[in-house]
Design a protein around this ligand. Structure first.
Ligand SMILES: Cc1cc2nc3c(=O)[nH]c(=O)nc-3n(C[C@H](O)[C@H](O)[C@H](O)COP(=O)(O)OP(=O)(O)OC[C@H]3O[C@@H](n4cnc5c(N)ncnc54)[C@H](O)[C@@H]3O)c2cc1C
Length: 391
């Protein structure tokens, strides 16, 4: 296995580290406390060309989705600065990739231009009535009416609702319930009058993602804005890559907590010893545990990335689920331990550990959630493979 970063993209990783530290981290607390969209961060990332990185090179991007080692480590580093921003950045980047991967030449040209201009794209699949954990169903249907699809339905966890410039709607096309034939992606500008925010996002973690519930009230979208064909978005070469990015994003919360607490332990001195708490064996043991959990998760992440490159996302499905499980669990473990290492001050609101810990908890839930990862992994052991759609 080769986990090397493509030398052509090394600059991106270095830049991500600098942005995380100098731009994202100083704004992260306000985004979390006030529950606000990280608009300034997106403006800065767009200015730096980051919001078009996953476009193919001929559309002015860097094809970063194809370089899984760099892409995942860029997400990981950004998340150490602000997990909300990194998660939304991954959502935008992955759906941008899907549009240009599945789209027609005309869609590639049009959306390539739109994305290069700094516009942000969101993607809504989840519905309150049926879980992504079980057998996939879509109550939101798109029914063709002449030159448009008419869409009615409800979605929840719509990250960047009211903030993104375009929404990609995951819908069932017509009355065909077999989603391998009928799951479609329709793209529309977010100012379409049929989009209505139903319930405001107010969560204990990932507060800046603005993941409101939304109603589609007779939304009309021209038929030429269907991306790919029915069933394409859940093809095994498309869907699993979303989970790969979430693994990196949520591990970043653990990485951020680790860096912060190591620095803290090296500087915090208590009387009568008047030595850094990092010199106590009990603290060192916990730092050792955190470091090994972090490195183990990074390896699992890189292994999944290598599998995607070497064998395709369909063959890497098992490795992606395993990485998602290990990264989310490692992050939750590390952020909890980091608070113990810091002691009482680890709970202070002005210290970032409590925020990293809350964001890491969301990583356990973000699809595929840890239970689903275990179930899918067991199925690959017991039955030789696992069905992505739960049927
Ligand atoms: C911060 C954040 C942002 C998000 N943003 C988006 C977004 O932009 N777009 C989007 O489409 N989605 C988004 N999601 C939503 C996500 O994809 C999930 O749909 C959402 O978390 C709800 O699914 P759930 O499985 O957690 O809960 P539910 O679907 O309500 O399920 C409840 C519980 O039952 C379990 N369960 C359900 N069915 C079964 C079964 N058959 N067998 C065993 N257990 C079962 C689930 O695992 C879960 O533990 C976001 C989620 C988070 C946390």
């Amino acid at each position: 296995m080769d986990f090397r970063i493509n030398p052509e993209n090394e600059d991106l990783l270095e830049r991500a580290k600098i942005y995380a530290k100098e731009i994202l981290a100083p704004r992260a607390e306000k985004i979390d406390q006030d529950g606000i969209f990280p608009r300034e961060n997106f403006n800065d990332l767009a200015k730096e060309g980051f919001t078009s990185l996953t476009l193919p090179k001929d559309l002015g991007g860097r094809d970063l989705y194809e370089d899984t080692a760099t892409y995942s480590m860029v997400l990981y580093e950004l998340s150490k600065g602000c997990t909300n921003t990194a998660m939304l950045f991954h959502m935008h980047s992955s759906i941008s990739h899907v549009i240009t991967y599945l789209g027609t030449d005309e869609q590639k040209r049009r959306y390539g231009e739109i994305i290069r201009s700094g516009k942000i794209i969101a993607s809504y699949a989840s519905e309150n009535t049926s879980s992504l954990h079980g057998v996939w169903r879509m109550e939101t249907k798109a029914i063709r009416d002449g030159d448009v699809y008419r869409i009615n339905g409800r979605k929840y966890f719509c990250s960047m609702a009211g903030e993104a410039d375009y929404y990609v709607l995951w819908v069932q096309l017509e009355e065909e319930e077999d989603l391998t034939k009928s799951l479609g992606l329709l793209i529309a500008p977010s100012d379409n009058p049929g989009f209505k925010i139903d319930q405001e996002w107010n969560s204990f973690a990932m507060r800046g993602t603005m993941s409101h519930s939304m109603i589609y009230d007779d939304v009309k979208i021209p038929v030429e804005d269907l991306v790919g064909r029915g069933g394409d978005p859940i093809r095994p070469d498309v869907l699993p890559k979303f989970g790969f990015g979430y693994s990196a994003v949520y591990l970043g919360a653990g990485g951020g907590a680790f860096d912060w607490v190591v620095n803290y332990a090296q500087n915090r001195k208590l009387m009568p010893d008047n030595v850094p708490i990092a010199s106590y064996p009990a603290i060192q043991r916990q730092i050792g545990e955190m470091k090994i959990a972090l490195e183990g998760a990074i390896l699992m992440l890189q292994r999944a990335g290598w599998m995607i490159n070497a064998h395709g996302a369909d063959k890497a499905y098992g490795a992606i689920n395993e990485a998602k499980y290990v990264c989310a669990e490692a992050s939750a473990f590390i952020t909890e331990k980091a608070i113990k290492v810091a002691g009482g001050p680890g709970l202070f609101r002005h210290n970032p550990l409590q925020r990293f810990h809350r964001e890491a908890r969301a990583g356990l839930i973000m699809p595929p959630n840890t239970e689903k990862c275990l179930e899918l992994t067991a199925k690959t052991v017991l039955e030789g493979s696992a069905n992505m759609l739960g049927s």
